[in-house]
Design a protein around this ligand. Sequence first.
Ligand SMILES: Cc1ncc(COP(=O)(O)O)c(C=O)c1O
Length: 386
Amino acid sequence: MFPRKGASGEEVLEELERKTEEDLTFDSGRILGSMCTYPHPLAVEVVRRYIDRNLGDPGLHVGSQRVEKEAVDMLSNLLGLERGYGHIVSGGTEANILAVRAFRNLADVEKPELILPESAHFSFLKASEMLGVKLVWAKLKEDYSVDVRDVESKITDRTIGIVGIAGTTGLGVVDDIPSLSDLAIEHGLPLHVDAAFGGFVIPFAKELGYDIPDFDFRLKGVKSITIDPHKMGMVPIPAGGIIFREKKYLEAISILAPYLAGGRIWQATITGTRPGASALAVWAMIKHLGFEGYKEVVREAMELSRWFAGELKKIPGVYLIREPVLNIVSFGSERLEELEERLKNRGWGISAHRGYVRIVMMPHVKREHLEEFLRDLGEIAAGLNP
Ligand SMILES: Cc1ncc(COP(=O)(O)O)c(C=O)c1O
């Protein structure tokens, strides 16, 4: 019921505290299956200070607009481009929708089709429904990366583009983006790379010596990349990123906004009014941590993943789905549903994904949390097996 009379701020906050008591929090160390994390304190402070900035009306907040551009430039740079075109958006979903929109608008074909791996994130289902683009699914190989030959066999006159994934949602697998890029060039098609998760992991992991395929704009067929600062970038939600190689993609999705207080502008994002604070927080985090800072975050997460995968193998009744590529480790079990249920009953925030449980080594996940989890998992698995 909409209250007729207001309550004091103190009362409201107390009630909220009670109502959210059951929420799991990232700093408890119990959330092991999320790609989000407790944001970095500097980013939280930036959001607090600049909470009123609206990049939907950038004529009013020209300084913030400039900062967003710089954030996009730094992300482009991380992804191998000197200058990119894009925005800080609400998340990977919006970023993927914008890429599909750009490909569709530029292709101008009837009954457009997009080819994507079976491992693609469900945001593409939303894009498909909203944009009238048919999804054509390409098979996965045994290692769970997309089968590039199957992608090729699905190209038709109606194809508007190809999607590859750098860090799949369930397993953190990186597709063979170099081959997809060659294929895209050969057929004159744009390639979109969904690096919503991997974008803030792979560049650093590669420098640390991990053997991961190239995935970014250094490959000429790659025309757009999704990269989410609100995942491994440690920026508060909402902060996604879409970067295009060329201006024409952004122009293809720009709509004239005629009435804004700051003047007429062309708007490419799905959201109109949108948080400038998010873009400022992305900028601040990149400036604060720099490449070396993020590299250390990724080093810890990758090392923890390898250790955790090794420990999982010692538990009877559960098995690794595949060796980890990034900082995601997924395991299965003959008795998965019961296992999952019992882990949840013990207060673990885990994510079940198409027949396996996914553990994501986000910055808030520490070895002691995982040791406790492994103890619980071992006990439960032993209880389930005859
Ligand atoms: C590969 C990938 N793409 C896109 C998304 C969607 O991101 P968001 O939830 O920020 O919209 C996710 C989310 O987990 C993802 O893993």
